[in-house]
Design a protein around this ligand. Sequence first.
Ligand SMILES: [Zn+2]
Length: 186
Amino acid sequence: MVFLNQVKPVILSEKEIPISMNYNYFMEKALDLAKKALSAGEFPVGCIMVYQDKILVTGSRTGTTGKSINEIDHAEIIALRKLAGLKKNINSKEITLFCTLEPCLMCYSALVLCGIGEIVYAYEDVMSGCTGCDLTKSAPLFRNNRIPVIPNILRDRSLKLFKNYFANPDNTYWMGSFLADYTLIQ
Ligand SMILES: [Zn+2]
């Protein structure tokens, strides 16, 4: 494990988002995966990891429908597992994660441990999103290696998928939750 350089937390407002990378283009790709998850009855989260302007790996949420419901197979964890399986010499600090939902604490921690360089997300997770958490009292690895975050890229498109998900009574995962209520009143 290579220890990371210290990175101060950086959360950019919409007006400060750099135009060097095509954020909308890559978020569209993540949204396509979220749409497929929704069609399969899964929680509509998709993500991609971009390295040197190319899509390296993808992930989408599984384990939210049927008999195999679990809290492990988040889109980001699926993508990180694929990343670990690549036999390529990759500088993880140059990888940008595009995710249609703000990462939770489990995924954020895994992204820090893997040295991912940047997080771009569409819809804020008011229930379990952790990119803005105060980690000043956490262990040094997490305290000293915050990942720069860009929120709200194509937010409304992701919101629409979550509205569709929570409006369907066949979907039971996190139904009636704070996130469901927050989503459905918008
Ligand atoms: Zn997660």
